[in-house]
Ligand binder design. Structure first.
Ligand SMILES: Nc1ncnc2c1ncn2[C@@H]1O[C@H](COP(=O)(O)OP(=O)(O)O)[C@@H](O)[C@H]1O
Ligand SMILES: [Mg+2]
Length: 446
C-alpha cells in the first residue's frame, strides 16, 4: 500500500473513530511501514478503549522498539509476559529488546520461551546474534575501540577446512540432486574448456532446502569427497560479527580462503539468515552482508574458478529474493524426507559396518514414512544401545536383527512433521511462481 492510500485510510478512520477493526488495520500498516511514532499515537488512543488487549499492548511495545525506546518497551513487555497466557510473539520481542539493551542472558531466556510456545518463530539470525552477545562481552568491545585497535586482527575467525573422506556412495537416495550437482557443479569444474568453447559462464550455486536431518549438509560434504576437494562449512557464527563491517570482511576472507584452496566446496548453512529482512532494526546491516555475499558469489572482482558453492536453508521463505537471480542460486532444490528406496539405501549404508543378521529392510522402510536420515540413524542407535546391554550379559557382540530395529522404531518419532506443516502453509499461500511446487507434490496436494 502506498503512503497516499494509507493516508486515505487514515481519513476514513478519523470519520469513523468507532470502527475498531479499521483502526487496528491502520495500526498494523503503520507498523509495517515503520511509521512508529504515528503508530504509537494511534495505539495509545485505541488502548483507552481496550486497555487489557494484549495484541494492542504488544503493538505498542513494537512501536517503542521501532523508535529505539528500549527501556519503556521492556517495562511494557514485562507487564505483558507476567500473564500466564502471553503469546510467543511477546517473548520474541522481549528477546530483541534485551539484546538491544545488552542483556544477552535474558535475551536468550526470552528467546527460548518464545520458541517453546511456538517453534515456527525460530529465527536463526536472532539466535546467532544472541549467541554472539553472550560470547563477546560488552567490556571487550569498548576496550578494543578505545585503544583504536582494528577489529580486523583482534577478531579474526578461524576458518574450518576439511578434506572429507565420504563420497556420493555414503549418501542414500537423493539421485536427482546428485545428478544436478554432477551436471551443474562437478562437470564444469572438470571440463571448463567445454563451457568456455560455448561461451558459457561457469558459476552460481545450488541451494537446498527442506526439513532438518534429511542430508543437506551430508550431501555437501560428500560432494567435496566425490571430487577430492576441500570442504569449508560456513555457519552464521562464522560470518556475523558485532563490529560494524566485520561481517562483510569475514565473508570476503572465507571466499578468499576457498579461492586459495581450489578445488573447494564452500557450504553455507542457514543461508536465509544472512538476509533476515525481518529483524527490523538490523535491516541495513543485513543488507550489507547480503550485498557482500552476492558480490563474492558473482565473482566479478575475483574469479571463482574451482570454487563450488552449495547452500542450505530450513526456511526458504525467509530467503532474500536477490539470491534467486540468474548466476546466483538459480537451482533451488527441495530435499524431501527420503522415499522408500532411499530409506532402504540409508539403512544399508549405516548398518554396513555393524554386526547384523540378515535384516528385512523392506519391513522397516514401510514403517518409516516421513523419517529423516537422521531419524533412521537415531533408530539404529537405539537398537544398538539395547543390544549392548544384552551383549554385555552374553560376553560377546550379538548381531542386530530385524526385531531390534522394529522395537527401536516404536521409541522414535519422525522429526520432519513440524517442518512439513509449516512448509505446507507457505506452499499453499505464498507459492509465487511455483517455487514450492515440489513441497505440494511431496504432500500429494498437487
Ligand atoms: N540421504 C542420506 N544418506 C545417508 N545419511 C543421511 C542421509 N540423510 C541424512 N543422513 C544422516 O543424517 C545426519 C543428518 O543429516 P544432515 O545432512 O546434517 O541433515 P540436514 O543438513 O539436511 O539438516 C547425517 O550426518 C547423516 O549421517
Ligand atoms: Mg544441515
Amino acid at each position: 500500500m502506498s503512503a497516499d492510500e494509507l493516508n486515505e485510510l487514515w481519513e476514513a478512520v478519523k470519520k469513523t473513530p468507532e470502527n475498531i477493526p479499521l483502526r487496528k488495520y491502520l495500526i498494523k500498516l503503520l507498523l509495517k511501514q515503520e511509521r512508529f511514532e504515528e503508530a504509537e499515537r494511534e495505539i495509545k488512543e485505541i488502548l483507552k478503549l481496550a486497555p487489557e488487549s494484549e495484541a494492542l499492548q504488544l503493538a505498542l511495545a513494537s512501536a517503542f522498539y521501532g523508535q529505539q525506546k528500549y527501556p519503556v518497551a521492556l517495562v511494557l513487555l514485562e507487564e505483558i509476559t507476567s500473564k500466564s497466557d502471553c503469546s510467543a510473539e511477546a517473548w520474541l520481542l522481549m528477546a530483541k529488546v534485551y539484546l538491544q539493551l545488552g542483556a544477552g542472558d535474558s535475551a536468550k531466556d526470552a528467546y527460548e520461551k518464545a520458541i517453546i510456545i511456538k517453534p515456527a518463530l525460530e529465527d536463526s539470525f536472532l539466535s546467532a546474534e544472541i549467541n554472539l552477545k553472550n560470547k563477546a562481552p560488552e567490556g571487550e568491545k569498548i576496550k578494543l575501540s578505545s585503544f583504536g585497535i582494528e577489529g580486523d586482527e583482534a577478531d579474526e575467525k578461524a576458518i574450518d577446512i576439511e578434506k572429507p573422506k565420504i563420497d556420493f556412495n555414503a549418501v542414500g537416495g537423493m539421485e536427482a540432486l546428485k545428478a544436478e550437482i554432477r551436471k551443474k557443479i562437478i562437470f564444469p569444474l572438470e571440463h571448463p574448456e567445454i563451457y568456455k568453447s560455448y561461451g558459457k559462464k561457469i558459476g552460481g550455486g545450488i541451494l537446498m532446502y527442506g526439513p532438518p536431518g534429511c542430508g543437506k549438509t551430508h550431501l555437501a560434504r560428500a560432494t567435496a569427497g566425490e571430487i577430492n576437494a576441500n570442504f569449508i562449512p560456513v555457519g552464521l557464527s562464522d560470518i556475523l560479527d558485532v563490529y560494524l563491517g566485520q561481517s562483510e570482511r569475514n565473508l570476503h576472507d572465507i571466499f578468499e580462503k576457498a579461492r586459495s584452496l581450489k578445488p573447494c566446496v564452500l557450504f553455507f548453512d542457514e543461508v536465509d539468515a544472512l538476509g533476515a529482512s525481518r529483524t527490523d532494526m538490523r535491516q541495513s546491516a543485513a543488507r550489507h552482508v547480503i550485498n557482500q555475499f552476492l558480490e563474492e558469489l558473482d565473482g566479478v572482482r575475483h574469479s571463482n574458478d574451482g570454487v563450488l558453492v552449495l547452500a542450505a536453508t530450513n526456511a526458504p521463505w525467509h530467503l532474500d529474493s536477490a539470491f534467486r537471480r540468474p548466476g546466483r542460486f538459480d537451482r533451488i532444490i527441495f530435499v524431501p524426507p527420503p522415499d522408500v528406496a532411499a530409506r532402504a539405501a540409508i539403512f544399508e549404508i549405516k548398518m554396513k559396518d555393524k554386526p547384523t543378521e540378515s535384516i528385512d529392510y523392506s519391513r522397516l522402510v514401510k514403517k518409516t514414512d516421513d523419517f529423516s536420515g537422521a531419524d533412521l540413524e537415531a533408530i539404529i542407535d537405539i537398537a544398538i544401545e539395547s543390544k549392548l546391554e544384552a551383549s554385555m550379559e552374553a560376553g560377546k557382540a550379538l548381531p542386530l536383527n530385524t526385531q531390534d530395529l522394529e522395537a527401536a522404531l516404536k521409541r522414535h518419532k519422525a522429526t520432519t512433521k513440524e517442518w512439513l506443516g509449516t512448509a505446507k502453509n507457505y506452499a499453499l499461500f505464498s507459492n509465487e511462481s511455483g517455487l514450492y511446487d515440489d513441497i505440494l507434490k511431496y504432500l500429494k496436494l498437487k
